[in-house]
Design a protein. Structure first.
Lengths: 654, 384
């Protein structure tokens, strides 16, 4: 009993049986949640999982029907009760800079929130300096908020949320739409605050790859909690293991395995299969046996990662009763006439806006059948590059070929030959699925004789059969994105441009989406250009170009990019200690650069692992911190991105 | 353009037009606003607003208390005036005028009757509140007429003339013949004027709103990378909203103006609708221009109001061009409503045809071509 009392004392948030519905539609259904002091607790789930409703209720700004919400031992059941806790918590709502004022400068925004929270002048001055320095926003203090990049807006939002030094911060999707470097900054700030003030943070995200940042987390789906606990423990809950293989020809192997294993995806040249209820020993053999006569180049079993676990848990749990539709993807009416060769070529492409150079002499080539990823932070020039290639924006200099036409003088021809899907859902929400498809069929001039057949083809390829008569506005994100893809494919183009196609889409929806893309590239030889700053999307690409300040700074396959980083900066060391916060500070003082906290672990890049390990041991021993484990991994694409961009930022700050 | 390309061009226009209409039908708030303007708003303007002097309150300071003074004051009668009684003096009169309780005060001096009987000149004072200039001017005019009539009758009586002798006097009778609106019903003028204003406002607002909504929701981006030309994006908005406005005009004419105000439709219905279509096309050019410089529906609304005011003031509905100062008179020629006013009243109330209206029609067409091309050109620069 004594132990229970102790836990109670340290409990910041205690929620039991929480229910919330909008217009009789349950948004959150019987959720329990306990967050302890000093934790970074994650709520992970796709759009519409119920994360925002839960967070708003905790912040005391949303009424709810059932259950109890206790924050700092205050039962938040009335406005009066919510008033009592408001001073002790900070809440940052979803959306880039939505709680800020666009016309006010960085400093004015901070001052405003400080006055609102009645922070004294001295405290304000001190905290403001510190937080501005920490977020590297001190150079921009006079810049109006609306002129900041997405990442900077979120950092400013965080400062404004923290200016009254709350004990609990509630951050709703703070990293959505933020580039990896700013995301890393963001997590570093949170880790620092945790160390200095012992704050508690409840953070939501739609991205599974951020899971390692949390001490504990809840996986949410459809208003319910699918699993809760430490990241590793959740991964272990999914029964089965992950097999990764390289096999030729990939598309045949995909077709063979798909029948047996619904959870399979193609990532570049590799296939990733989740094998249910099988140990890693047997899984490799089971999978190999299914592929007789195919050339297996490599095959290995891995520990489950959170995204795989999420999908596996969904399949094994909530969606167990639903038949997994093995959707056969229909072919194009006619194979592409130019199924080989160069689909997109940019030569010294440049675009100036007044004095600002948005795109600076970029070069790249995309071949038919290739999935090409254009990576970069907000403002790196990705969208401008796409606009020039799709013929919306004339280049200042340089040239480009798209689908066999010169972009400088054949804009109209290009528009007829390409498919395009923009960043935000840009179809008509007040039209039905069928009406949207029909509209785009007319716009793209699909021949009247075949239009019925073509619309049926779109419905099938995008898997929209059950929703044809629903308004697009009533669909979940994942299906909307497939509708947008379907509309972009209505004229069966040879080149497809996708601008951040799956942000905000749940992992199941994202897989479905990428299934279609892989099919289009591999089977129909469609060239696909994807822009993204999410590494989970970048991994799917055959080839990547990394953009920074309008230039392409790296251009290679994902595997080669990771290899190049390994040669240059070494392996990724994952350090596990009994006091990660103290260890982090100690390592930073000891001169290690790029040290980052991931939940209980610390990551850093190191070339000579043996000598680095000795250094680390010495440093940690000084503070009598116990080193539990030290493992070397291959760096991820995110590491590549952050490393390359930071190296350039040091050389030439924007 | 060959036959196939021509068909494709129109296929796209039709598909986009149907899309706009579907979106409008699914927007109940907008539908409600449009139907309000074409029914209740026009009805209120036609029945509520009165330009004539009706029951204007008058009080009298009678310092004479004679038969003559009484006779004069009882000539201030309904329907124009409403005699509210007597007051004692100037101070009270001023007070009542200041507080807006009455519109005018008639001040009859002492010895009014005796001076008249002696054949000496006398004067009455008529104090009018002209803060509303129209009413004030009308009241003064009517009062002058009443006093003159009284004087004439008094003189005739004094001379002891009988009716026959009266007729022999050299009096010029002012005989009116009221054309086009014989009973001078304000409802006709006001309801038509309001209808024209509503058409002006909606033909700017609706296409602009449809275009800016695509901007707000980001759907414009998808259209920009499609093979649609800027004209193919914009024209369907004008066509669809034009159809909606024409339908609204039909409802307004045949359900409100004609049955309620008994307006005799003198001219050709077909011609009126054709001109209305031309006018909608003209003003929608202004709307498209507004859409290119706005980022949100709120901005569109503000700009429509901003531009609607000068268009109304310069339309000639309230003041004919010859009464305007020279500079402003010139500016009237770029107000599309100026032409539409001329044509609209002429067709509806005078039964005029193209033979008479050709110059105004030409002006409207020219203006429309300029505005529409300007709107499309601005849009092309933004998204071309």
């Amino acid at each position: 009993m004594g132990e229970a009392a102790l836990v109670n004392e340290a409990t910041v948030i205690n929620i039991a049986g929480f229910c919330k519905s909008y217009k009789n539609k349950a948004a959150v259904d019987a959720v329990d949640l306990i967050v302890k002091r000093g934790e970074i607790y994650g709520l992970i789930g796709p759009d519409g999982a119920g994360k925002s409703s839960l967070m708003k209720a905790i912040a005391g700004v949303l009424s709810f029907e059932q259950g109890t919400v206790e924050v700092f031992d205050v039962n938040v059941d009335s406005e009066a009760a919510a008033e009592k806790i408001k001073g002790r918590l900070g809440f940052m709502p979803q959306g880039l800079g939505l709680n800020l004022y666009g016309d006010l400068s960085v400093e004015e925004n901070i001052d405003f929130f400080a006055q609102l929270r009645q922070v004294t002048r001295e405290q304000l001055a001190e905290r403001k300096e510190k937080l501005l320095a920490m977020t590297r926003l001190d150079k921009f203090r006079d810049r109006p908020m609306k002129n900041l990049s997405g990442g900077m807006k979120q950092k400013l939002g965080l400062i404004c949320t923290l200016i009254h030094e709350p004990e609990l911060v509630i951050l709703d999707e703070p990293t959505t739409g933020v580039d990896p470097v700013s995301r890393r900054d963001f997590w570093a700030i949170l880790a620092e605050l945790l160390r200095e003030h012992g704050i508690t943070a409840l953070v939501s995200t739609a991205y599974m790859d951020e899971a390692a940042r949390f001490h504990r987390l809840s996986l949410m789906y459809n208003g319910q909690i699918l699993a809760a606990g430490e990241p590793d423990a959740i991964c272990r809950q999914a029964k089965g293991c992950l097999v990764q293989l390289t096999v030729e020809p990939q598309i045949d192997a995909l077709d063979l395995l798909k029948v047996r294993y619904p959870q399979i995806e193609a990532i570049g040249s590799r296939l990733r299969v989740f094998v249910d209820n099988t140990s890693s020993m047997d899984a490799v053999k089971v999978v190999s046996d299914l592929l007789p006569g195919l050339a297996i180049k490599s095959i290995r079993a891995f520990d489950t990662e959170l995204e795989d676990a999420f999908i596996a848990l969904l399949r094994q749990g909530l969606l167990a009763n639903q038949a997994i539709q093995a959707n056969t993807i229909p072919r194009f009416d006619n194979p592409l006439s130019n199924a080989e060769g160069i689909a997109i070529q940019a030569k010294e492409l440049t675009r100036d806006f007044d004095k600002f150079r948005s795109v600076d002499h970029i070069n790249f080539v995309v071949r038919q059948g290739e999935i090409f990823g254009l990576l970069g932070a907000n403002g790196a020039g990705k969208t401008t590059a796409i606009k020039m290639l799709t013929g919306i924006l004339p280049p200042s200099s340089g040239e480009g070929q798209v689908a066999g036409a010169d972009m400088r003088n054949a804009g109209q021809m290009i528009k007829e030959r390409i498919g395009y899907m923009s960043q935000a859902f840009s179809l008509y929400l007040d039209l039905t699925v069928m009406e949207n498809i029909r509209l785009y069929a007319s716009i793209y001039g699909v021949n009247r004789k075949i239009v019925r057949q073509r619309i049926a083809w779109v419905v099938q390829i995008a898997g929209l059969k059950e929703v044809t008569d629903q308004l697009a506005g009533s669909l979940p994100m994942g299906i909307r994105q497939r509708l947008a893809l379907g509309c972009a494919l209505v004229h069966q183009p040879g080149v497809l441009f996708l601008d951040e196609p799956t942000s905000g889409v749940d992992p199941v929806g994202r897989r479905h989406f990428w299934d279609i893309l892989v099919h289009l590239a591999r089977v129909e030889q469609v060239a696909i250009l994807v822009t993204t700053h999410y590494m989970s999307e970048a991994e799917h690409c055959d080839h990547l170009a990394l953009m920074y300040a309008g230039r392409v700074i790296a251009d290679d396959s994902p595997g080669n990019m990771i290899q190049a980083l390994q040669n240059e900066a070494g392996q990724l060391l994952e350090i596990t200690t009994d006091n990660p916060l103290a260890a982090l500070a100690q390592l930073e003082q000891g001169g290690f650069k790029g040290v980052a906290l991931f939940g209980k672990h610390i990551h850093l890049l190191a070339k000579d692992i043996e000598s680095v390990e000795k250094q680390i041991r010495v440093l940690l021993d000084k503070q009598s911190i116990r080193l539990i484990a030290l493992e070397a991994h291959a760096p991820t694409l995110e590491d590549v991105f952050v490393y390359r961009v930071l190296a350039l930022e040091e050389k030439e700050p924007i | 353009m060959n036959g196939h390309a021509f068909l494709l061009w129109w296929d796209r226009i039709i598909a986009m037009t149907l899309k706009e209409l579907k979106q409008l039908i699914r927007d109940p708030v907008l539908l409600l606003i449009i139907s309000y303007f074409f029914t209740a708003d026009v009805y209120m303007a036609g029945s509520g607003i009165n330009l004539n002097l009706r029951n204007a309150s008058v009080m009298v300071i009678d310092r004479d208390h004679s038969a003559a003074s009484r006779e004069l004051m009882y000539r201030f009668r309904k329907p124009y005036f409403d005699l509210k009684g007597e007051i004692s003096g100037k101070n009270e009169a001023e007070d009542l005028l200041n507080r807006g309780r009455i519109l005018a005060v008639l001040d009859i001096p002492e010895n009014f009757q005796s001076l008249l009987l002696q054949g000496k000149p006398t004067a009455v004072q008529f104090q009018v509140d002209t803060s509303n200039t129209v009413l004030g001017t009308l009241a003064t005019g009517y009062a002058t007429e009443i006093t003159a009539g009284f004087a004439q009758d008094f003189v005739a009586k004094r001379l002891g003339l009988n009716a026959e002798q009266m007729d022999a006097l050299p009096v010029i009778q002012n005989r009116h013949r009221v054309l086009y609106n014989p009973n001078q019903i304000d409802g006709w003028f006001m309801s038509i004027s309001e209808l024209l204003t509503v058409i002006t406002m909606l033909s700017m607002m609706l296409p602009a709103a449809a275009a800016v909504r695509e901007k707000e929701r980001g759907t414009i981006e998808q259209l920009a990378v499609s093979p649609l030309s800027p004209l193919q994006i914009l024209l369907p908005k004008v066509i669809s909203m034009g159809l909606v406005i024409l339908l609204g005009v039909a409802v307004c004419l045949f359900l409100i103006i004609i049955p309620v105000f008994h307006l005799p439709f003198k001219g050709s219905i077909g011609l009126f609708f054709a001109v209305t279509a031309l006018y909608v096309f003209t003003t929608s050019g202004i709307g498209l221009f507004i859409a290119t410089i706005s980022h949100s529906l709120g901005q569109v609304t503000m700009l429509v109001i901003l531009l609607l005011m000068p268009i109304l003031l310069l339309s000639g509905a309230w003041t004919p061009p010859e009464a305007m100062p020279p500079g402003i008179r010139w500016a009237m020629y770029i107000s599309p409503l100026y032409y539409f006013n001329e044509i609209g009243y002429a067709i509806l109330m005078k039964g005029a045809g193209v033979d008479i209206l050709w110059d105004s029609l030409l002006g409207l067409t020219g203006l429309g071509a300029v505005f529409f091309n300007f709107g499309v050109w601005r849009f092309r620069r933004q998204f071309g």
